[in-house]
Each structure stands twice: as structure tokens, then as C-alpha cells.
Design a protein around this ligand. Structure first.
Ligand SMILES: [Zn+2]
Length: 236
């Protein structure tokens, strides 16, 4: 059985498949994975921004309260000046004490909120730093993928041209069988394990007649293709 031309074609088709797989699956996958990482970094920045904004708002809330209380205290002090009536003085005093108590509470709240504000700010800085790094990394990956894509496309053209020249050398009957089988099986031509009578494509043990046919084809140049009864692959 003479199938050297077919085997040469299969080898080239193997290259073709690898390149196509790289183009359609591996390269887009690599790019998508990088974009996903960048998206995640952006999401983390958003979450950190929201968290930090909340901490800042909290701080500002207490800060405003504190400023209002300080104003109230100052007002109470001004009201007390020149007052001679005991009731008016007592009222101003009371107002001052109330404002001071409220200011102290606001100050405590500010301190608490301030403590929360520092870590969220640091977290936000870190998230932004990671985002910047990811952006750079993704840019590099995008460029590398684009460069590799161009190289693969060029290589693919060469392989296709070479394939065209190999096709002509394959006997038409072999070519027809091979092309049809290629749609569902790969590789199409596989080693037949003569000692154990096994097709190495599907790994099934074959009846003795298959081994006989393979041995016969080994010695007969014009013998027809021997195929696996289980998977249809060409046995070599
Ligand atoms: Zn098989």
C-alpha cells in the first residue's frame, strides 16, 4: 500500500489545524483572559472608590456637625456677654454646654470615621496601582497577540500553498476517503499495532482479518487502503 503522499498531506494538514486552532482559539483566549483581568481590576477600583466615598461622607457628616456645634458654642458665648439676668445667663450656659457635648460627640465620630477613611484610601490607591499595572500588561498582551496573529496568518498562507502542491500527488480514491474522514476523525491515518491487532486511533482490538489485510498491504504496493472497522481510520 503506497500512501506516502497521503501521509505527507496529513502532516501538512496537522500544521494547518494547529495554526487554525491558534488563530481561532488560543490567541483570542489569551487576549480575552487578559481583558478579563483588566475588567476585574477596574471593578475592584470601582468598589474601592465606593467604599472610600462612603468613609469620606461619614467623616464629612461628623465634620459638618462639629462645625455647627462650634458655631453654636460661639453664639452662646456671645449671647452670654453683657447678660445680667440670671435666667438668660443660665440659658446661654446651658446652650454652650449642649453644643460642647454635641461637638465632642461629633469629634469622636470624626475620629472614628477618620480611622476608616485611611484604610479605604490606601485600598483605593492600591486598587488603582493594580489597575495601572494590568492596563500596561494587557496592552503588551494585545500587541503580542496581534503580532503573533499576523505571523500565524502568514504561516497559514504558506502551509495552504504547500498543501495544494501535496494534494496533487495523492491518488484520487485515497484523497476522497481522507477528505471525508477528516471531517470527523483526526488523525485520519494511524499506526496499526500489528503485534496486538489494535488500531491506535480508537484503541480497539480488531478481528484477525484486519491484521491479515494490513500485513498483506505491507507487501503489496497497489493494495487498497485498509481501514479500521470501528473508527474508519486508515491503518498504516
Ligand atoms: Zn480505529
Amino acid at each position: 500500500m503506497d500512501i506516502q503522499a497521503l501521509l505527507a498531506l496529513q502532516e501538512e494538514d496537522g500544521r494547518l489545524r494547529d495554526l487554525q486552532r491558534e488563530l481561532k482559539v488560543l490567541l483570542p483566549g489569551r487576549r480575552d483572559e487578559a481583558e478579563k483581568r483588566l475588567d476585574e481590576a477596574k471593578q475592584r477600583v470601582k468598589a474601592a472608590e465606593a467604599e472610600h466615598l462612603q468613609a469620606v461622607k461619614e467623616f464629612e457628616h461628623f465634620n459638618r456637625q462639629y462645625q455647627r456645634d462650634r458655631d453654636r458654642m460661639a453664639r452662646a458665648e456671645r449671647n452670654a456677654v453683657g447678660q445680667t439676668g440670671a435666667r438668660a445667663l443660665a440659658a446661654a450656659d446651658q446652650e454652650h454646654r449642649d453644643a460642647a457635648a454635641s461637638a465632642a460627640a461629633a469629634e469622636a465620630g470624626m475620629a472614628e470615621a477618620g480611622k476608616a477613611r485611611t484604610p479605604t484610601e490606601r485600598k483605593l490607591d492600591e486598587a488603582r496601582q493594580v489597575e495601572a499595572e494590568e492596563e500596561l500588561a494587557v496592552k503588551e498582551i494585545r500587541e503580542a497577540v496581534a503580532a503573533r496573529k499576523a505571523a500565524v496568518e502568514a504561516e497559514l498562507e504558506k502551509v495552504k500553498a504547500k498543501r495544494e502542491s501535496l494534494v496533487d500527488a495523492v491518488p484520487p480514491a485515497q484523497l476522497r476517503y481522507y477528505e471525508r474522514l477528516k471531517l470527523t476523525r483526526w488523525p485520519c491515518a494511524v499506526e496499526y499495532n500489528r503485534a496486538e491487532g489494535v488500531c491506535t486511533g480508537c484503541n480497539l482490538v480488531q478481528p484477525p482479518s484486519v491484521t491479515q489485510a494490513v500485513l498483506h498491504a505491507d507487501k503489496t504496493p497497489n493494495a487498497p487502503l485498509v481501514t479500521c472497522p470501528a473508527c474508519g481510520r486508515i491503518l498504516i
